[in-house]
Design a protein around this ligand. Structure first.
Ligand code: BG6
Length: 484
């Protein structure tokens, strides 16, 4: 039963992630009535010695939209901020977490919660280096005391390790203290509207069922581009690089949903079972199917070493060794400081055999799912060019969400995922074996890059990335479509 009082603890409350993502998501849930003030309390925990009001004032600017004077909105922000209390302490101090537990318990008593029926959610907006000690502290001092329908859950963010060995170590450390149903590993791409739409699209539409395989699909691209660089995050980024930052998690999760078999049901375990099978079927990545890049100016960041080889761009081909996908390249592309910001999936179909219209060079059928910005799905197809001549042209069947669903607000990924953690739905979270399989795919390649065996090619900021990436795409069989 999800009725006991709810305490949400944001650890790392004054950090960037908490301010920009966690608290705003909680605020939106509050505004929509998912967090009731008579049962919810939010605790910020961090090292700095500040007061409740200091934290509230710091957060206000992230919750108020622009320079609004809308009194209703300002009042909601104030009401929300009143739910927040701050507790200071270090991430390995018994004293700090005992204090936190006392505050939570007082809140539970004040809400007349039956002991044990209360719910405690710990959101780690923290660097992973402190995860093990924070887990220990929570386990020893802050758990919900009995199990009268209550629970304790933790929400953790990537990076989950740097390679297979470190990720497994971290998983074991956390796994010794918490059971899998208590652990919510967030990958915020799983909270995006069009990513969540993938299962429906694939398994609720007759259109796609017979076509979604190696007989009809020539190649699949999963693309992430950003038009800004590492912007003050150079120190973090240089340790990880674009493969660990984007491809190993966000794009790989998308690949799973594009490639997986139909699950037995929509139960989280059934869906995650199928995702794991896809990951376990991915073949080792070949060096000749990888292009790495680094944008010029990246090393100007004082926190980035002068000789860094860390890629800020990567294109690579993944190959899935199973009956459905053998021979179909899955091209993963991610880059920072490029010409545009966009995330999309492009499924390119094979040529029509016996091309009586001689329209092949106009391009192939392509199904594009644009995750952001401006969510959309469109299908490139060949039609008769309107007019007296019998000639053909490439056109589009277009479902643009902004037009089709006017007035519908698409929720932020974090908002949706935090609500899932409260409801206990793990469908859109990464399971431990999934994480392991994901690291197994990339670890050998990452080690070769870290050893300097593969070099990043410089590219200009605001460009499409290194030209070699387009060559790789062509070699993998992608055919550019020309349209009108
Ligand atoms: C984060 C990465 O996980 O995702 C960032 O660490 C990246 O480097 C961000 O900018 C992109 O998220 P979104 O939702 O803006 O595509």
């Amino acid at each position: 039963p999800e009725t006991g009082c709810l305490s949400i603890v944001v650890l790392g409350a004054s950090g960037d992630l908490a301010k920009k993502k966690t608290f705003p998501a909680l605020f939106h849930l509050f505004v929509q009535g998912f967090l009731q003030s008579n049962e919810v309390h939010i605790f910020g925990y961090a090292r700095s010695k500040i007061s409740d009001d200091d934290l509230r004032n710091r957060l206000r600017g992230y919750l108020v939209q622009g320079k609004t004077t809308d009194s209703e909105q300002l009042e909601e922000v104030s009401k929300f901020l009143q739910l927040i209390k701050y507790v200071s302490g270090s991430y390995d101090s018994a004293e700090g977490f005992q204090k936190l537990d006392k505050e939570i318990s007082e809140h539970e008593i004040s809400r007349n919660s039956i002991e044990g029926s209360s719910r405690r959610l710990f959101y780690f907006a923290l660097p992973p280096s402190v995860y093990p000690s924070v887990c220990k502290m929570i386990k020893h001092y802050c758990m919900n005391k009995s199990d009268l329908g209550g629970w304790t859950r933790i929400v953790v963010e990537k990076p989950f390790g740097k390679d297979l060995a470190s990720a497994e170590k971290l998983s074991s450390q956390i796994g010794e203290l918490f059971d899998e149903p208590q652990i919510y590993r967030i990958d915020h791409y799983l909270g995006k509207e069009l990513v969540q739409n993938l299962l429906v699209l694939r398994f609720a539409n007759r259109f796609f069922l017979p076509l979604w395989n190696r007989d009809n699909i020539a190649n699949v691209q999963i693309v992430f581009r950003e038009d800004f660089g590492t912007d003050g995050r150079g120190g973090y980024f240089d340790e990880y690089g674009i493969i660990r930052d984007i491809i190993q998690n966000h794009l790989l999760q998308v690949l799973c949903l594009v490639a997986m078999e139909k699950p037995i049901s929509l139960k989280p375990e059934h869906i995650r079972d199928e995702k794991v099978k896809v990951l376990q079927s991915v073949l080792p990545i070949k060096d000749e199917e990888v292009v790495l890049g680094q944008y010029e100016g990246y090393r100007d960041d004082p926190t980035v070493p002068d000789h860094s080889n860390t890629p800020t761009f990567a294109t690579m081909v993944l190959r899935i060794h199973n009956e459905r996908w053998e021979g179909v390249p899955f091209i993963m592309k991610a880059g920072k400081a490029l010409s545009s910001r966009k995330a999309e999936i492009r499924v390119q179909f094979k040529d029509v055999p016996g091309d009586i219209f001689r329209c092949k060079k106009q391009g192939r059928n392509e199904f594009v799912i644009r995750l952001q910005p401006s969510e959309a799905m469109y299908m490139k197809l060949t039609v008769k060019k309107p007019g007296l001549e019998m000639s053909t042209v490439q056109s589009e069947l277009d479902l643009s969400y902004r037009q089709r669903y006017q007035g519908v607000t698409i929720p932020e990924a974090y908002e949706r995922l935090i609500l899932d953690t409260i409801r206990g739905d793990q469908q859109h979270f990464v399971r431990r074996d999934e994480l392991k399989a994901a690291w197994e795919i990339f670890t050998p390649l990452l080690h070769r890059i870290d050893n300097g065996e593969l070099k990043s090619i410089p590219y200009k900021q605001g460009s499409r990335g290194p030209a070699e990436a387009d060559e790789l795409l062509e070699k993998a069989g992608y055919v550019q479509t020309h349209g009108y």
